[in-house]
Design a protein around this ligand. Structure first.
Ligand code: NAI
Length: 245
């Protein structure tokens, strides 16, 4: 058994999108590091088996978010860290992007983090060394075709993270993690053939593979823990070299 002190011992943290993929890996890693967690997702059943208080939420709905953050703060006795991971990934050519799809993507991926962060703010302001980490995407830096709505939300979130870092400093540190393709349902729905996905990764990534969810979770851990105490407003690429390759 490890005798190493966890990096988040006693820290009270809210994670959105914790039921699946990167959010789930982050919830598992943060629990191992000693955090007390409130796990928010619209798929409440998917939160089963994780350590922490499960809370149902639709991040795009103001009332749902306010209720969920109140429940999280009550369960934890405060909020010291927030990780905005919940998101959707619609792929559509510009000409086939309906207004409904556009609005839904913005509502979940961009308005969602705004609503959750605004609701959590009064709790974060009372905490010691509070942190916010947002999940952007390498696709905001090296744009992909057929990702108009998604790319717009991730580019928007990267800017929002810097605005918040400027506005909420020196109290709250705010950073954005931008992953490349990561082995989750989002990517297997996009590239259902594993061999074709592996081939694509070989061409696009300096490391010639896609990321595992825990590799992204470790970057989120770094930006949430005191190891990154002088880092705010920064964009951390976890992209296997995709953006320079
Ligand atoms: P995922 O689909 O496995 O997980 C997304 C989670 O968000 C799910 O548990 C889902 O129930 C939840 N969610 C979706 N809409 C919600 C809503 N309205 N309210 C509350 N919860 C909601 O996806 P994955 O791959 O783990 O992605 C997580 C984040 O990482 C997303 O923001 C995504 O854009 C970002 N990302 C993912 C990449 C990848 O290759 N998988 C690459 C770059 C960024």
């Amino acid at each position: 058994m490890s005798t190493r002190e966890g990096k988040l011992v006693g820290r009270r943290i809210v994670i959105t999108g914790a039921a699946s993929g990167i959010g789930r890996a982050t919830a598992e890693l943060f629990a191992e590091e000693g955090a007390s967690l409130a796990l928010l997702d619209r798929n409440e059943a998917g939160l089963a088996g994780l350590q922490g208080t499960p809370v149902a939420v639709d991040v795009s709905n103001e009332v749902s978010v306010e209720t969920a953050i109140d429940r999280a703060a009550t369960a934890l006795g405060g909020i010291e860290g927030l990780v905005n991971i919940a998101g959707i990934f619609p792929v559509a050519k510009l000409a086939e992007t309906s207004l409904e799809l556009w609005n839904e993507t913005l509502a979940v991926n961009l308005t969602g983090p705004f609503l959750v962060t605004r609701a959590a703010l009064r709790h974060l302001m009372k905490a010691d060394e509070p942190t916010i980490v947002n999940l952007g995407s390498a696709s905001a830096i090296v744009p992909y075709p057929e990702l108009s709505a998604y790319g717009a939300t991730k580019g928007g979130l990267a800017v929002l993270s810097k605005v918040w870092a400027a506005e909420l400093g020196p109290k709250i540190r705010v950073n954005v993690v931008c992953p490349g393709m990561t082995r989750t349902r989002m990517v297997s729905d996009w590239h259902p053939d594993p061999a074709a996905l592996a081939e694509r990764a070989k061409q696009l990534y300096a490391l010639q593979r896609i990321a595992e969810p825990v590799e992204v979770a470790k970057a989120i851990l770094f930006l949430t823990s005191s190891d990154s105490s002088f880092i705010t407003g920064s964009t951390l690429l976890v992209d296997g070299g995709r953006t320079f390759h």
